[in-house]
Design a protein around this ligand. Sequence first.
Ligand SMILES: *Cc1c(COP(=O)(O)O)cnc(C)c1O
Length: 408
Amino acid sequence: MRLPLPTAGAPWADLKARLLGLASGDVRWRDGKAAVYVFNAGPEVEQVQKEAYALFMSENGLGPAAFPSLKRMEEEVVGFGLSLLHAPDDAAGTVTSGGTDSIAMAIKAARDYTRQERKVAGPLNIVLPRSAHPAFDKACAMMEIEVRRTPLAGYLADPAAMGEAADAATAMIVGSAPNFPYGLIDPIAALSDLAIERDLWLHVDACVGGYIAPFVRMNGTDIAPFDFELPGVRSMSADLHKYGYCAKGASTVFFRSAALQRFMVFDFKDWPGGRMVTPTLAGTRPGGAIAAAWAVMNFLGVEGYRAKQALVTEARARIEAGVAALGFSVLGDPQLGIVAFTHADIDAVAVWGKLRERGWFSGVTTEPRSLHLMLSPIHAQVADAYLEDLAWAMGEAAGVAKGEARYS
Ligand SMILES: *Cc1c(COP(=O)(O)O)cnc(C)c1O
């Protein structure tokens, strides 16, 4: 749809008012009404994100020689992630624009490694559990790599099925920590054993878990090993803009060694513009996202993250107890910030639609039909209000036949 650009510009004050007007129809995430899309660690963190982002908004991560500031910040952010995820001394990482970018670049590295080091010339495949994120499929669609999704066992990756699906042309196997649909950590130790035994590249997708699991563990929850502590893990993705509470446009991708990371970097000079080296999918990289990540991580520190993640755990525990009392069953045994729950008699998707009428915006899981919440610290304040509205929505949805309600 064409729209003529206004001939004369407008004053910023008017435009700001119009922007705020546009936002008035959005989900009220600052009030804790969104359990998807936004990770809300409160107004203090939001202010740090904003001010740090604004300070480096014009700077460009494409030019580390021009902006040693951003290079230094990126090194420190990557260093924090590597240390939280038990990476060996020689490990390396990069800040990317998001989980999709991190995953695509890990696959690119694994592909080039498979071609160059393992000398596989023909078509390649990757093997992933059915619950793995569609970002893998998107990247494989772009790189013409076959995706083999294997059935789950108890909502988790089934290492035996994955072993059967893998062959000499398998460039990567994947486990999630946790998977998005259920919030459950796959049996990464068994996948690591498989990777070592068969010399496969194991990627752990910790996009939504990488910056919460270490702190939940420090807070006392017994979380099974899922990171570089396991010797078969060659690469990991962990999103800063999720439970790292950083501004959007920030994720990290990590490799067990700098040598493996080199397969990710795109280095090109056969054009008139000179040599261009880009580690990620992007060319221009927003300095603001890197600066905001650096600032939030230093603002929170280990203690701050532990406190925020304790609130997430508290919200999840209260919601788990509350939904169980309403007759729902929680899928599996979630330990982090995501929980999905289904009902034997009432259609969860119909309930989801009713909750939207009261301003609650969450996700749904379709196998089985369930409500899906990705919780933030703010939800510790609104868990009871949510449960009250959930009870109301169940009454409203009771007459809807199972499978009838639509979610998109
Ligand atoms: C969010 C998510 C991704 C993709 O990250 P984006 O930042 O949305 O591109 C990948 N994997 C998992 C498990 C995720 O939760």
